[in-house]
Design a protein around this ligand. Sequence first.
Ligand code: IPD
Length: 285
Amino acid sequence: SSIDLVLIKDTLVQLAHEAGELIRSKSGNVTFDDKKNAVDLVTEVDKAVEDLVSTKLRARFPSYQFMGEETYVPGKTVLTDEPTFIVDPIDGTTNFIHYFPYSCISLGFAIDKKPVVGVVYNPFLNLLYTGVKGSGSYLNDEKLPLRNSSAKPLSLQGALVAIEWGSERTGKNFEIKTQTFSSLAKDKSEGGAFAHGFRSLGSAAMNICSVAAGNLDCYWEGGCYAWDVCAGWIILEEAGGRMFGGNSNQWETEVDSRVYLAVRGGHGQEEFVKDFWSHIPGELS
Ligand code: IPD
């Protein structure tokens, strides 16, 4: 296409720094609403950051669409094939409220619903992840994956796996997650995967970027949205990783499918995914 993806990336990096400054200055000192329930949180800073970002992007690129977490209206906002900015002003809002330094701004850009530019910035640890379709992905100035990590073959036994409890704490999805976590952790002798360990960075974008970097082997989640994954998605792909569906046999998945399995680059990706799926006792939605 004739769209200058590098210009878009550069604009998003500049915005990420500006918004990051605002995010960093407010962390740990905010009031919050219980959006849907007592663990799904939103703050005034989420709204202020989205407002800043959408105003600047609409002024600079008036013909492109914008989708953001805080202005999303269920059943009304639809992702189209048009060039679209897909933005989470603060991914890891719970971290932000608790002053746990893993929140970030996640700025994605998709064409035909496919992520093509991603910028994820954690202003607390100064981690800037960027990816542009066809041009690779980076953490600050270092090309991903780090330390040639994709040279190591993938294996679920011995893997470092990112999981999140999410904000749904009752019902079928909650039971499926709980049983999957248990089966992934359990010893081989009892049919488990015997993964090395589990991490929850509390931000989908931070988890996906860590998989892209090769610091984590995979990340599984049901319940997040396009703005949680769009930017990380292209950063992951450009690092040799891949996004699969989070349910069995979902080899292809969409940015708004809500159930994902992100896997780092390396030999044995498809076997790894099949092995992972075999530990999920039902369909996550
Ligand atoms: C949430 C975080 C969390 C994930 C949830 C997301 P938010 O985003 O990424 O790690 O488990 O699914 O909704 O609400 O902090 O922007």
